[in-house]
Design a binder for this molecule. Structure first.
Ligand code: MGD
Ligand code: MGD
Ligand code: SF4
Ligand code: MO
Length: 677
């Protein structure tokens, strides 16, 4: 039997798959050749998805902690006892501190609709704290929205029509592999492929031209490009006059941003900046493709706001294939009734406080937080590996007076700290609909097998919790089909189930802003933004160097800037490093150091070093590498504590300062020292 589904991972590709089932057992997961985007191919990790499903390490029953927090000593208990314990502790937290002392902590471990949004019904009905989920993406959206009034941008498949493709802070070949054939098709048709990244990634290696600015300096690069476009009369003046506000002020503002000035900030050649601007101003259609890599700086939102100005200056939105391509998730919004799925109307106490997920460590340790975090339920997330400043989180999760529940497939570094671990299904065990943010198709996911062991889906978990808490609103107990029908009121679910995917609305001629109308207050592209002024931010695109960056006082103690990128084919965030055919085959973590810095430090390839700052210390072998430039080092992210010698991880080092606006976090504004171990 072949069962069709959609990969649930937090990956732009949302591939269609088919599962071969024999006698109730899944024997193969392969790409669905008919899928309009992924066309039959998955990726090296998900080709072995069944290693995940049938791993001997899966959590298959509820577990109760019997050792100290973090020791991972658990004993199995049955579901009824686990639910009764959770209900008792939740009630106790509410009695002592109110419902906002209970904090839901989740991300996009499974990004399907029910898996992410149905649980909100329970939290809303409880009146728990809300979580600002801004580790990934919202900063880009916030930045672009300040310029366009919306985050809606180009369908990346439209890049095939471009003749200049700038991959700006995105590692397409690794993180968005199913888009690469489109890039190659554009190149075959004559397009030049440019990559701008502080790391010489696999994508940079495959580009026609690679520019390697220092991390966090791209705003300066953009300002100098604007300077050249204006100076050399490469601006599409008719489009700018008709469809933008603030051009005269911007022109005056960037007059001082000569290529030479930006070159010094970015560590680039002035001539290359002129060449980039000239190409961008003369080749049509010109497309910029970005995802989220460059948002993880204090100035991350400002960068995307600034980047979004470039297509306006050259009138790129006129052309099919021109403009800016980023996440296309919001194009599905007209089909998804989020409120029907999450039911904010159930809140008993108005709008509860919202806590930023990047600050988990700070929140758990803050004696002044009122109410404190008394109970935490983690699902779809692994903060002990993936949230910045992990050692602060470790201290917080070790608190005796904190009650932690983790719904997981594996005993992750986070689950080890839980009082109760609950077993979660994988995607082939549960019904869902999976929206995509890298393409324009919603995907149906039909369960292929029964849940393994006593695992339950996210939606079933929250039905059980609602029952245990004695909650009564009938919608808390809606079955999956009923909840999906509410979430997708205009979608023919039977047809979606039959075909396996449905395209979301997108302009037929491929050009989202063909008419030059933008949903800002002015109806135009806001080169000057009054909204930003209201936030206390500069009205015009402005470069501000990060607080924790080269040249700052900290740099004397911690001279290297640390990047912690996605690096491994077989990883998806923190979710595969523990599996033998995935993490096992990727070898292990390392720190990349350029030859000149290695010589200065006196360290050899393969030598054990410690990468450290005042947040943490991570032992790793050195990899002398031409991928990083002097002053920058990189540790691949996604490895767990056990893969580093002392239990700390790359994020033990990273900065949890928030972006200036937009709610994101400055992981990549992290300074470290390196010393022989
Ligand atoms: N240093 C550094 N840190 C980063 C990044 C970086 O580049 N560098 N990237 C950031 C980004 S972009 C992201 S998106 C985050 C992601 O960070 P993570 O939270 O690590 O994301 P995932 O590994 O995708 O999923 C988290 C967990 O969800 C579990 N899971 C999967 N499916 C289900 C399910 O159906 N139910 C339940 N209950 N659990 C499930 C998985 O087993 C996994 O342990 O990390 C961020 N952290
Ligand atoms: N194999 C694999 N694929 C994945 C994932 C994975 O873990 N493994 N994770 C998935 C997830 S959750 C996401 S969000 C996407 C992310 O997809 P991408 O955004 O493409 O990936 P990232 O590696 O987060 O960042 C891209 C690049 O940004 C660069 N960068 C960092 N700082 C700057 C800067 O200041 N300026 C510029 N120009 N570039 C900068 C990094 O060096 C990196 O190469 O990938 C998804 N796909
Ligand atoms: S992880 Fe990404 S590339 Fe791999 S199968 Fe899933 S959606 Fe496709
Ligand atoms: Mo992400």
């Amino acid at each position: 039997m072949l069962v069709h589904g959609t990969c649930p991972h937090d990956c732009p590709d949302s591939c269609g798959w088919q599962v071969t089932v024999e006698g109730g057992h899944a024997v193969q997961v392969r790409g669905n050749p008919a899928h309009p985007y992924s066309a039959g191919e998955l990726c090296p990790k998900v080709n072995r998805f069944l290693d995940r499903v049938y791993s001997p390490d899966r959590v298959l029953t509820p577990l109760r902690r019997v050792g100290t927090k973090g020791s991972a000593e658990f004993e199995p208990i049955d579901w009824e006892d686990a639910l009764a314990l959770i209900a008792e502790r939740f009630r106790d937290a509410i009695a002592r501190h109110g419902p906002e002392s209970i904090v839901p902590y989740s991300d996009a471990g499974n990004q399907s609709l029910l898996a992410t949004m149905f649980p909100e019904r329970f939290w809303n009905a409880l009146g728990a704290s809300r979580l600002l989920r801004a580790l990934c993406g919202p900063t880009v959206g916030a930045g672009v929205s300040m310029t366009y009034g919306t985050g809606l941008c180009l369908d990346p498949l439209e890049l095939v029509h471009a003749r200049l493709v700038v991959l700006w802070g995105t590692n397409t070949k690794l993180t968005n592999r199913h888009l690469w054939p489109t890039i190659e098709a554009a190149r075959s048709a004559g397009a030049r492929i440019v990559v701008i990244d502080p790391l010489r990634t696999v994508t940079a290696e495959a580009a026609d031209w690679f520019l390697q600015p220092l991390p966090g300096t791209d705003v300066a690069l953009c300002l100098a490009m604007m300077h050249v476009l204006i100076r050399d009369r490469l601006v599409d003046q008719a489009w700018v006059d008709a469809h933008t506000v603030g051009y005269a002020e911007l022109a005056a503002h960037v007059a001082e941003w000569t290529p030479e000035r930006a070159a010094a900030v970015c560590g680039l050649d002035a001539a290359d900046i002129v060449e980039l601007a000239t190409q961008y101003g003369t080749v049509r259609p010109a497309a910029i493709r970005t995802l989220i890599g460059a948002e993880h700086h204090e100035n991350g939102a400002m960068f995307y706001r600034t980047l979004a100005c470039l297509p306006a200056l050259v009138g790129a939105w006129r052309d099919r294939g021109g403009g800016l391509a980023r996440s296309v998730g919001s194009w599905a919004d007209p089909l998804i009734d989020g409120a029907a799925l999450t039911r904010p109307d159930l809140r008993p106490n108005g709008i509860p406080r919202q806590l930023n997920m990047s600050h988990l460590g700070r929140l758990l340790n803050d004696p002044t937080l009122d109410p404190p975090v008394a109970a935490l339920l983690v699902w779809n997330a692994n903060p002990m590996v993936s949230t910045p400043n992990v050692e602060a989180i470790r201290r917080g999760l070790s608190r005796d007076d904190l009650f932690t529940v983790c719904h997981e497939q594996f005993l992750t570094d986070t689950a080890r700290f839980a009082d109760i671990v609950l077993p979660a299904t994988t995607q082939i065990e549960a019904l869902d609909v999976t929206p995509a943010w890298g393409h324009l198709w919603l995907g149906w996911n039909e369960p292929a097998i029964e849940p393994c062991g006593e695992a339950v889906s996210n939606s079933e978990l929250f039905r059980r919790l609602a029952r245990a808490m004695g909650m009564t609103d009938p919608c808390l107990f809606d079955d999956d089909a009923t909840a999906l029908a509410a979430a997708l009121p205009t979608v023919d679910l039977a047809a979606l189930r039959q075909t396996g995917w449905q395209r979301v609305p997108y302009p037929a001629d491929g050009r989202p802003y063909a008419d030059g109308a933008f949903p800002t207050v002015s109806g135009k592209v806001e080169l000057r933004s009054e909204q930003l002024v209201a936030l206390g931010q500069p009205a015009l695109p402005t470069f501000v160097a990060p607080f924790e960056g080269p040249g700052s006082a900290r740099a004397e103690r911690f001279p290297f800037q640390l990047l912690t990128p996605k690096h491994h084919q077989r990883f998806l965030n923190s979710g595969y490093s523990h599996l033998p055919a995935h993490g096992g085959r990727e070898g292990g973590p390392f720190v990349e150091i350029c030859p000149a810095d290695a010589a200065r430090l006196g360290v050899a390839d393969g030598q054990a070093v410690e990468v450290f700052n005042d947040r943490g210390c991570v032992p790793v072998p050195v990899r002398i590498s031409a991928r990083v430039r002097p002053g920058v080092v990189a540790i691949p992210w996604g490895w767990w504590g056990r893969h580093h010698g002392n239990g700390q991880v790359a994020n033990s080092l990273t900065n949890d300062t928030l972006t200036e606006w937009g709610g994101g976090v400055a992981y990549s504004d992290t300074l470290v020292g390196v010393r022989p171990a």
